[in-house]
Design a protein around this ligand. Structure first.
Ligand code: AHR
Length: 513
């Protein structure tokens, strides 16, 4: 039966590549899904960096900006609307300088520190453990806390876990009660260090993997709280880091991270967020597509040590990184967000979905006012970026079943280079609805995708999309809705065949029922 299906699909692809010119070809096996797309792939990351925490979430209880216990209501509502499944905090590089005890107790008594990584500004610790976990409760999201390995101690990390999650009589649980929280919180996702190959201590993989084992041992499960311990993983294509971590510490971890940013030019001059030509746009997309190769190669290493795929890959920092907006603090990483960012987000999320047998979590950097933010604020004003609307479209994939697909894309050409124009992933949800998300990265051409659904009988098609006149379009506080969501009517159903016409530079979600 399986052989017969495989044969059918090969024949369909061969026929299509000879007889149907200038269109991409997609075959979706709607009855063959096995892997759940973890909702945690749609996670976010918020660091004590620039105006992410302060101004982005935290305005304080006395603020005239509407807030609940100091946390702004508009931002919480917007994030609830995209069902954010988890939130990583407090860093980033900040995590390995953060001493959690400075952020508990009466706010006016909390010590101040210098945020040396990010602009050298004063951190007054007014947003600490209680405030973060309150934020997560307001959002209905799972906390993901990154512990300090770089400048902390095993004792400090171990006490933090006890403070948050222990229910009985103990010095840390009693301190939590004294600070106003009777019940412990549930915290599952626990990062043991961040970028320990760089800002987190410039360690070698051998040294860090020993430290990881040490810290992980004393990161205890209290009561029925079960930690999902996440080891610091590789910087982009550092495959030796993954190899060493899996060999030395694989059996002590539940997750291994990976960081990869899309930087259009170089780290010294990354390029502008809004002012770019088509060649720079093309390079941005080409560099984004590299995520697929990275995950494939790191997964192959993990497969050798962990063929049962017990350890999840956690891409806990991804997104675009440009030069900061002119006139803003270089340490604050504040950048605008155009339709190009929406295309980048759509491609990355399709890649994560398609690798969801190994990728169990991903976190966009960063939620508000930093890097590829989904939300920008200016005092009381707030806007939703094009990237936000992609998360809105793609939330249908959360915890749905990934559908296997065979796909051949037409090319997008620039000069003598070419890349795949179209990216796709598909899933089926609990109610039986099928969702296909497609990105046409080509800014100059619509792309047709001849799609065949195998093993499903569908009667109704509808869709939504994110697009705009130019890849450089973005939302401003004066014009906050230039790039948003609109209806997509470019899919026509005929039996089990679906003819899709993707507008240039668009991110599309199709629903079939
Ligand atoms: O997201 C900004 C920074 O990028 C993080 O603090 C760090 O982990 C990474 O280098």
């Amino acid at each position: 039966m399986k052989m017969k299906r495989t044969f059918q699909i090969i024949v369909l692809l061969l026929i299509s590549s000879t007889s149907i010119s200038a269109q991409s070809r997609l075959i979706i096996e709607a009855d063959r899904g096995q892997t759940t797309i973890s909702r945690h792939i749609y996670g976010h990351f918020s660091e004590h960096l620039g105006r992410c925490i302060y101004g982005g979430y935290w305005v304080g209880e006395d603020s005239s900006i509407p807030n609940t216990r100091g946390i702004r209501d508009d931002v919480v509502q917007a994030l609830k609307d995209i069902s954010i499944p988890n939130l990583r905090w407090p860093g980033g590089c900040f995590a390995d300088e953060y001493h959690w005890m400075d952020g508990i107790g009466p706010r006016e008594e909390r010590p101040k520190m210098i945020n040396t990584h990010w602009g050298g500004v004063v951190e007054d610790n007014s947003f600490g453990t209680h405030e973060f976990l309150d934020l997560c409760e307001q959002l209905g999201t799972e906390p993901f806390i990154s512990g300090n390995v770089g400048s902390g101690t095993v004792e400090e990390m171990s006490k933090w876990i006890e403070y948050i999650t222990f229910d009985g009589e103990s010095p840390m649980a009693n301190l939590r009660r004294k600070n106003g929280r009777e019940e412990p919180w549930k915290v599952k996702f626990w990062g043991i260090g961040n970028e320990n190959w760089g800002c987190g201590g410039n360690m070698t993989p051998d040294y860090y993997s020993d430290l990881y084992r040490h810290y992980a041992t004393f990161s205890r499960d209290y009561g029925d709280n079960r930690l999902f311990r996440i080891a610091c993983g590789a910087n982009a294509a550092d495959y030796n880091w993954t190899e060493t971590l899996m060999r030395n510490a694989g059996r002590h971890m539940q997750g291994l991270s990976l960081h990869y940013y899309t930087v259009p030019r170089t780290w010294a001059d990354k390029g502008s967020a809004t002012d770019f030509d088509e060649t720079e746009y093309f390079t941005t997309i080409e560099k984004t597509l590299f995520m697929d190769e990275l995950i494939t190669k790191h997964s192959a290493i993990m497969d050798r040590y962990d063929p049962a795929k017990r350890v999840g890959m956690v891409v806990d920092e991804w997104g675009t990184w440009y030069n900061v907006e002119p006139g803003t603090n270089p340490g604050f990483l504040y950048q605008q967000n155009t339709l190009r960012d929406a295309i980048v987000a759509g491609i990355n999320l399709n890649i994560f979905n398609n690798h969801s047998d190994r990728v169990k979590m991903a976190n966009l950097a960063q939620t508000v006012n930093v890097l590829q933010a989904v939300i920008l604020t200016d005092e009381e004003k707030m806007l939703l970026t094009p990237t936000y609307w992609v998360f809105h479209l793609y939330k249908v994939h959360q915890d749905a079943t990934l559908l296997p697909l065979s796909f051949r894309s037409e090319k997008y050409r620039n000069g003598d280079k070419e890349i795949e124009a179209v990216s796709v992933s598909a899933s089926k949800d609990d109610s039986g609805k099928i969702h296909i998300t497609l990105v046409n990265a080509d800014p100059g051409k619509e792309h047709r995708v001849a799609t065949q659904l195998v093993g499903a009988s569908v009667k109704k098609v509808s869709g939504k999309m994110v697009t705009s006149e130019s890849t450089n379009d973005y939302n401003t506080f004066e014009q906050p809705s230039k790039v948003g969501i609109s209806d997509f009517n470019g899919a026509t159903l005929s039996g089990n065949d679906l003819a899709i016409v993707l507008p240039p530079k668009s991110v599309v979600m199709i629903e079939l029922q």
